[in-house]
Design a protein around this ligand. Structure first.
Ligand code: HEC
Ligand code: HEC
Length: 539
């Protein structure tokens, strides 16, 4: 049976190069269900006497074969077996909890090797395995091979560059195959021929794009054709769970956790030292420049707004500092001590906040209601309460289902009431920490309900600062912080994301519940003054 399938496969490979027939799925013994686990996969291979990766692939669930990306310039041990015409495949399925990697050049070593990484909720760890298919006999499964730790680390994690540049991966910059670039030429050649051959044809190529699974139009927003971004986002979440587990093991965690979660929420400053911020910005700039060099010959690259992400990285490192934990392997980059922790919207600090908050909420039902499925980064970046349809969550398919599966996220726009509850609950539940909190409580307490006496101080700063600064900027904003007093930063923010500008305009124009400022209502001239100012920043 198995031998016959192999023969059919071989025949198809032969035919494919000539007439490119649609792949005919061999009858798989029994369909593998989704979600797929390593255990189920292994059981399937063993009990059905699967003898090669080519026999296995068509039997994988359809949704698993839909999401993948292709590596032509690998830095793994398989690097000499991967090339533009025969890229290494990283198959990651709907939610990337199970990653499979294999090569596609039958004439090169490693062709018989399937590598797997599985994120396991229990223990919040990545599990590693390798299956080799000698052909002549049954496959050999090696679990937690020591060899993987050389690159993937002792507390193993995937290796994946941060948004928005993945040198060596097709769609290297922005998941975009730039017309005219070398990478584009390679990819077109691969699409014309290679992908119909060998095991590539078992992948799903039906995504809506001339260059699936990537895109070739800078204006496209279809989340389906951003596999590299999607993988980044999903891995960022699992990685944060891994890091959260490791920081919870710090002896300092119990005594510091409320300070950390309150600092990350913005209830109080987290106290990021200036030299740490500088170090992070410098490091981000250097590692981005190194990535640009790696990608130089393949296509143009989009710039990275280092300053935009540096704050988040610095806050994450501050957490490491407070807990005396070594963050050298926190990023997913191959290089140690890379501090690029962002996923295009959110940064590791957002994810850590979510994870720590979740573990606090496990024993604190009253704070659980602040957990909701949102894109943390979107609330930070777009400053929107996320029902308006403008959030980054719409940038990828099945977001809600997937991210609920990952445990949801913290609704940052609810930070203030969460701060108060954390404070009260903390005092009530943990008398040992009451003393620390007494200090915090003595400070003027932020309020969810805007106070009537928070009238703007006339003549101080630009119109936004004057009418909105009381609550949205300064040392301790009572709502989402915006750099209102810094016109350059504000201009960058509004230009980089027109949705923020849009939301500002909508709220200033509104006379409904969402109006800003909440009280007192703006007079018409005041409203015009603010709107003109916002427009001037956007231009
Ligand atoms: C020499 C360094 C090195 C070793 C050793 C290594 N890998 Fe990797 N691995 C990489 C790199 C680099 C990538 C990123 C993609 C690429 O460059 O091909 C990667 C990618 C992967 C991927 C795809 C998901 C991801 O992390 O991007 C899997 C799965 C994987 N490796 C599994 C393993 C397993 C299992 C082992 C041990 C049997 C192993 N690797 C050993 C360097 C290594
Ligand atoms: C008296 C305090 C106060 C003032 C003054 C104020 N806001 Fe707000 N703002 C809030 C509160 C509280 C919220 C959260 C409740 C909500 O989303 O409606 C908020 C939310 C927002 C949001 C959504 C932020 C997010 O993360 O979801 C925007 C945008 C906003 N305000 C803009 C403005 C602008 C523009 C001004 C000045 C014209 C302004 N605000 C003045 C208290 C204030």
């Amino acid at each position: 049976m198995a031998a016959m399938r192999a023969a059919i496969t071989a025949l198809l490979v032969g035919l494919a190069s000539v007439s490119l027939p649609a792949p005919v799925a061999p009858d798989c013994p029994r369909a593998l269900g989704s979600p797929l686990s390593y255990e189920a996969l292994r059981e399937f291979v063993v009990s059905n006497r699967i003898r090669s990766i080519d026999e296995l692939l068509p039997c994988l669930p359809a949704d698993v074969r839909r999401d993948f990306t292709l590596v032509y310039g690998s830095r793994s041990p398989e690097r000499y077996s991967a090339s533009p015409s025969h890229p290494r495949v990283i198959l990651f399925g709907p939610d990337a909890h199970l990653l499979m990697a294999f090569t596609g050049d039958p004439g090169k070593p490693f062709f018989d090797r399937l590598q797997l990484i599985e994120f396991r909720n229990e223990g919040s760890r990545f599990f590693f395995a390798e299956a080799s298919f000698p052909g002549s006999g049954p496959p050999i499964f090696q679990e937690s091979p020591v060899a993987c730790t050389t690159c993937h680390g002792d507390d193993g994690r995937p290796i994946w560059d941060a948004y928005d540049l993945w040198p060596g991966v097709y769609g290297s910059s922005h998941d975009l195959l730039h017309p005219g670039s070398r990478e584009r030429r390679y990819y077109e050649a691969f699409l014309a021929r290679g992908r119909h051959e060998s095991r590539y044809r078992w992948l799903d190529w039906t995504k809506n794009s001339p260059v699936p699974p990537y895109h070739d139009d800078i204006m496209t927003w279809d989340p389906d054709v951003f596999p590299n971004l999607r993988l980044s986002k999903l891995l960022a979440r699992y990685n944060a769970k891994r890091i959260a587990r490791s920081i919870e093991q710090s002896p300092r965690y119990e005594s510091e956790k409320y300070r950390i979660v309150r600092g990350l929420l913005g209830c109080e400053p987290l106290g990021v030292p200036l030299n740490l911020s500088d170090e992070v910005s410098r490091s981000l700039r250097q590692s981005f420049a190194a990535k640009v060099r790696r990608n130089r010959d393949f296509g143009p690259t989009q710039d990275l707004d280092v300053e935009y992400y540096a704050g988040g990285s610095a806050r994450a490192l501050r957490v490491a500092q407070l807990l005396d934990v070594n963050p050298d392997d926190w990023s997913l980059a191959l290089e140690k001590k890379a501090f690029d922790f962002q996923d295009g919207d959110a940064t590791l600090d957002d994810f850590l906040l979510t994870e720590i908050f979740r573990s606090l909420a496990a024993s604190r039902p009253e704070i659980r209601r602040f957990m909701r499925v949102i894109d943390e980064g979107a609330s930070k970046q777009n400053a929107l309460v996320l029902d308006g349809g403008a959030s980054a969550r719409y940038r990828y398919k099945g977001y809600d289902a997937i991210f609920t599966g990952l445990g949801g996220a913290l609704l940052r726009s609810q930070a203030r009431p969460a701060c108060e509850l954390l404070q009260n609950g903390n005092t009530r539940n943990n008398p040992a920490e009451a003393a620390t909190l007494a200090t915090a409580a003595a400070e003027p307490s932020p309020s969810t309900e805007p106070q009537a006496d928070e009238v703007p101080a006339p003549d101080s700063g630009n119109p936004l600062q004057r009418y909105c600064g009381n609550c949205h900027s300064g040392e301790k904003p009572t709502s989402t912080r915006f750099p209102l007093d810094d016109e350059t930063a504000m201009r960058r923010l509004l230009r980089s994301n027109p949705r923020i500008a849009h939301d500002f305009m909508v709220r200033v124009a509104s006379s409904g519940k969402d109006r800003m400022p909440p009280r007192p209502p703006l007079t018409e001239p005041e409203r015009t003054e603010i709107q003109d100012f916002i427009q001037s920043l956007e231009e």
